[in-house]
Design a protein around this ligand. Structure first.
Ligand code: HEM
Length: 92
């Protein structure tokens, strides 16, 4: 069964900070991923990965600064949540 992908407006992304019991979501090439299942496996540590949590641009920028050769898509494909859309596109 293919996963159900959702439209993620910025407000929903910002909610997923990885803190206070919320999952940590991150964006890569306009796609939103749940970073939480990968958190404890990240070789760079939890704190580093958390720097991109709930942010629209920081995750991809930091990722590219540190290890642009790492394949985000191959590693986190199953953690895909949906696509980032504008606030108005996210409303039903
Ligand atoms: C290693 C930072 C996101 C996969 C590292 C290291 C840092 C880092 C500082 C340690 C490098 C070292 O010890 O030499 C970050 C930051 C991220 C981020 C700031 C986003 C905010 C990700 C994501 C993935 C990932 C999303 C997977 C899709 C890896 C891997 C390594 C690593 C595989 C070890 C391999 C290597 O250094 O070539 N990361 N990371 N990282 N990270 Fe990340």
């Amino acid at each position: 069964v293919p996963p159900q992908l959702i439209r993620v407006p910025p407000s929903l992304l910002k909610y997923h900070t990885g803190r206070k019991g919320k999952d940590a979501w991150g964006v890569w090439k306009g796609k939103v991923y749940n970073l939480t299942p990968y958190m404890k496996f990240h070789p760079g540590g939890v704190d580093q990965l958390m720097r991109g949590a709930g942010k629209e641009k920081d995750g991809e920028r930091l990722f590219n600064e540190v290890h642009p050769w790492v394949s985000w898509e191959n590693m986190l494909g199953e953690c895909l949540v949906g696509i980032l859309v504008s606030e108005s596109e996210g409303k039903p």
